[in-house]
Design a protein around this ligand. Sequence first.
Ligand SMILES: Cc1cc2nc3c(=O)[nH]c(=O)nc-3n(C[C@H](O)[C@H](O)[C@H](O)COP(=O)(O)OP(=O)(O)OC[C@H]3O[C@@H](n4cnc5c(N)ncnc54)[C@H](O)[C@@H]3O)c2cc1C
Length: 334
Amino acid sequence: MKHSLKDLNSFGVESYSSNLYYINSIEDFSNLDSHIREKETIILGGGTNILLKSKIIEKPIFKIQIQGIEIYNETENEVYVSVGAGVNWDQFVWWCLDNNFGGIENLVSIPGNVGSAPIQNIGAYGREVKDVVVSCEGVFIKNLQKKTFTNSDCNFTYRSSIFKNKLKNLFAITKVNFVLTKNNHLIFSDYGSVKSALNNSNIINPSINDIANVIKEIRESKLPDYKVIGNAGSFFKNPIINKERFEKLKFDYKDIPYFNINKKEVKIPAAWLIETCGFKKIKYKNVSVHNNQSLVIVNLGKATGIDIYKFSQKIKESVVKKFDILLEEEVNII
Ligand SMILES: Cc1cc2nc3c(=O)[nH]c(=O)nc-3n(C[C@H](O)[C@H](O)[C@H](O)COP(=O)(O)OP(=O)(O)OC[C@H]3O[C@@H](n4cnc5c(N)ncnc54)[C@H](O)[C@@H]3O)c2cc1C
């Protein structure tokens, strides 16, 4: 049977699969015929960080739906929580807030599932999920071997991990274990827009709920809702370049924004590079960048996966030509 994948990807592009399998427990993998597991496969969560370039996806797709939130350990100040990979990330954030558990409030309103959060080490407003992950449990799809990756085994870096590289589509995360604070929460409110929103509301000592509410509001005002305008969040990573190259660029572009990463490297906002190449005014078929955030590519209507892909490549080509910087996709192209 042919399944439409339109509702399973946040770009809302039409694509079909005859090999879609819903995974509701780790055992579901062992119930599959080995010839299905042994092929090249695709692991799918909420579909908010993928671009389905092909109209027909031949590889078997495993849609992870494993549920459950469980406290498995507690100390005076900390709580350890084990969460099924198919739990919606934002629902988990609000569950934590309802229980006064701190650590992921800055990551509120990020779409997708808990099991996908470690894949690209989701991050926003000065925090990354690596700060609270204890371990990731799961299974190698081909041989059904179970394994637990500790935080350091996960090789977390900026928007990446071992699961996005060496183990991509080979190891399915079925559970993520987190450590959160029960009291004396660490509050991260230094990020520019968060700080000013708190100031504007006269909040001097913000609680974790204040942080979440402020960030939720900022995100709603800035980012398009994918249920209304198809998108997958930031399409590209912010490039990191060395300081010498940066100084040369700064000579030609005096207003180039940047963040110092360390003594040798600088991160440049990809949105600025894209805007400087004129993409705010460019539309290709039914695709453009979003008005409020040029790093987000949007489906204006009936764009196909290939239209979006071609537009993204035009951006890459322009940025290389103008700045000699090669943008790297954050979105997973399938
Ligand atoms: C409007 C919008 C805003 C966003 N904002 C942010 C943001 O602020 N910060 C940020 O970091 N991201 C952001 N994103 C990107 C996205 O929400 C995250 O990357 C999210 O973690 C993707 O989750 P998902 O379940 O939808 O993953 P999917 O899109 O389904 O999958 C993403 C990748 O993870 C793999 N994968 C999924 N589940 C598993 C699993 N259980 N085991 C192994 N591999 C798996 C897939 O194979 C794929 O390669 C945004 C996206 C949108 C649409």
